[in-house]
Design a protein around this ligand. Structure first.
Ligand code: C2E
Ligand code: MG
Ligand code: MG
Ligand code: MG
Length: 281
């Protein structure tokens, strides 16, 4: 009976074992192909200072232009790449592309903008990750201060000793460390003191309609206070409406990211739209 239930369950919620490995095999093949054929590309979303509306940074967001399925968003393939282990190759490709881009800009209008890259746990936990990143930056003569790594709270949980060592190495190089989707990880806040963190990105669920929700406002105020007392920079992410901009501006949070200011865009579009005099997009 238990066997029957088990089989039922696996039938309802996921492909049966045989199918599952088949699925994984074909996903593995497709991701490998996509890497070989250059079907992945990067869009960059501006981070803005709301006072001057000037560009203060960019976030690299990977996309998959699939030859038959069309455009696939990262929420649909990152976790698959994590399951197959190919996030290492994909993540290397993203880091390599971004660092090349930074090298290409040196003494061009977009210099000296900082670019952030989202990191998966598997990448951070890889032995020698910090060394390889240092080598890559040196090779392209890119100052480490120009690279920011966005980590979610869940990445920091577990293997604390190793994570602390890696983050300390990265931070010592000058790489900026930020916590993405802050406030959604349900984790102990003690990690904020333990790890060398520079920036908190307030998750967009706290930003959404914050002007209309009193309890949400209190939570955001507490987060901002916490960040200030720890001397961390703050970015409000997913800002879509003027009222949200005003709320954060009044709180003294000036760095924002969201569709209100700019959508993620290709580097071509960004370079075309960027006004070097005003430093605006
Ligand atoms: P994230 O790092 O939290 O990125 C923010 C997501 O919110 C992006 O979705 C962005 O396009 C979207 N966004 C920005 N402004 C707004 C807004 O005003 N409103 C709304 N509704 N959404 C907004 P995207 O590009 O689909 O990426 C989803 C997630 O995929 C990212 O969340 C990140 O966790 C992951 N991801 C993207 N690129 C990479 C990568 O190269 N490596 C890894 N490991 N993960 C990545
Ligand atoms: Mg991010
Ligand atoms: Mg985020
Ligand atoms: Mg996210």
């Amino acid at each position: 009976q238990a066997k029957h239930r088990g089989r039922n369950r696996s039938y309802r919620f996921e492909p049966a074992l045989g199918e599952q490995s088949l699925f994984r095999m074909s996903i593995r093949k497709e991701i490998k192909q996509a890497l070989e054929q250059d079907d992945f590309f990067i869009e960059y979303q501006p981070k803005i200072d709301c006072h001057t509306e000037s560009l203060v940074g960019l976030e690299a967001l990977v996309r998959w232009q699939h030859p038959s399925r069309g455009r696939i968003p990262p929420d649909e393939f990152i976790f698959l790449a994590e399951q197959t282990g190919q996030i290492i190759d994909l993540g290397d490709w993203v880091l390599d592309s971004v660092i090349r881009q930074l090298a290409h800009w040196s003494s061009k209008p977009l210099d000296p903008v900082t670019v952030s890259v989202n990191l998966s746990a598997i990448q951070l936990h890889q032995t020698g990750f910090a060394d390889r990143l240092e080598t890559l930056l040196n090779h392209h003569k890119v100052p480490p201060e120009r690279l920011e790594l966005e980590l979610t709270e869940s990445i920091l949980m577990g293997q604390e000793e190793a994570v602390t060592q890696t983050l300390n190495r990265l931070r010592a190089l000058g790489i900026v460390i930020s916590i993405d989707d802050f406030g959604t990880g349900y984790s102990s806040l003690s990690y904020l003191c333990r790890f060398p963190i520079d920036v908190l990105k307030i998750d967009r669920s706290f930003v959404d309609r914050v002007d209309q929700r009193r309890d949400q406002q209190q939570v955001v105020r507490a987060i901002v206070q916490l960040a200030r007392s720890l001397e961390l920079d703050i970015v409000a992410e997913g800002v879509e409406r003027a009222e949200e901009v005003h709320f954060f501006r009044d709180l003294g949070v000036s760095r924002m990211q969201g569709y209100y200011f700019a959508h993620p865009m290709t580097m071509d579009a960004l370079e075309r739209q960027f006004d070097p005099m005003q430093r605006r997009v």
